[in-house]
Design a protein around this ligand. Structure first.
Ligand SMILES: NC(=O)c1ccc[n+]([C@@H]2O[C@H](COP(=O)([O-])OP(=O)(O)OC[C@H]3O[C@@H](n4cnc5c(N)ncnc54)[C@H](OP(=O)(O)O)[C@@H]3O)[C@@H](O)[C@H]2O)c1
Length: 213
């Protein structure tokens, strides 16, 4: 059972997810690129109940670690520290942030596979990447709410996917578990499901539309 949720990245997405997770009753640890003191106030104000700490502590003490940093910086992540961990990758290639990079943004590149090859031995799940941070903020709803929005989850590790799906549900969204990590490419920028803030059924349709050749 997930007790502690760790978040690497204290920006727009990281702080919203931290706030939702703290509200859902998890212990929440957040780390940025530098010392905890740099993000302490941000975390205190934007995610009451969450704790600013170091990336080492996030990796050591979290049951699920969410990656919420710029994709181009994933090579900075400590693979040894995250080995064996369930890691949810919310990152997207965004040229405005990452620069023009064919290795990250080329046709057919599943960016979570790149992250997985850096984080060898981590239990990688693609999740939280297709919905804008303001929608995460505005549309979190209790289970059973009519029209509840959905978030897709994709992994080759069924148990890790199930753990992240349960987190998605606890944070306020219906989880949609895709077949495997390859299927998760349909959630990336340039595909119909990217940006989706819709019900599980409609999200399934958008994913299918993005998977058709
Ligand atoms: N914005 C959205 O609506 C949205 C939605 C879904 C997914 N995403 C994806 O989520 C990721 C974060 O987006 P964002 O909009 O939250 O970006 P953001 O507001 O720029 O925040 C990124 C954060 O990552 C931190 N960071 C940089 N390197 C780090 C490292 N090595 N370890 C830990 N933290 C590090 C940055 O801290 P410093 O300032 O100290 O460098 C910054 O606080 C991106 O990959 C983005 O594509 C964004």
């Amino acid at each position: 059972m997930t007790a502690t949720v760790g978040i690497l990245g204290a920006g727009k997405v990281g702080t919203v997810l931290a706030r939702l997770a703290a509200r859902a009753g998890y212990r929440v640890l957040v780390a940025g690129s530098g010392a905890p003191q740099k993000i302490e106030l941000t975390v205190q104000v934007l995610a009451p109940g969450a704790e600013a700490t170091t990336a080492d502590v996030v990796a050591a003490e979290s049951d699920i670690v969410i990656l919420a940093l710029p994709l181009g910086k994933h090579v900075q992540l400590d693979a040894a520290a995250l080995r064996g961990k369930v890691v949810a990758d919310s990152m997207n290639y965004w040229w405005e942030t990452d620069g023009h990079r064919e290795d990250l943004g080329g046709e057919g590149v599943n960016t979570t596979r790149l992250v997985a090859s850096h984080l060898e031995g981590a239990r990688i799940v693609k999740a939280f990447n297709h919905m804008g941070y303001h929608d995460l903020e505005d549309f979190a709803q209790p289970a059973g709410t009519p029209g509840r929005r959905a978030i897709a989850v994709a992994s080759d590790d069924a148990d890790a996917a199930a753990q992240v799906a349960a987190l998605v549900d606890a944070l306020g969204f219906d989880p949609l578990v895709l077949a495997d990590l390859d299927a998760g490419i349909a959630l990336q920028p340039g595909h119909p499901a990217f940006g989706a803030n819709t019900s599980r059924e409609e999200l399934l349709g958008l994913v299918a539309a993005g998977t058709v050749a």
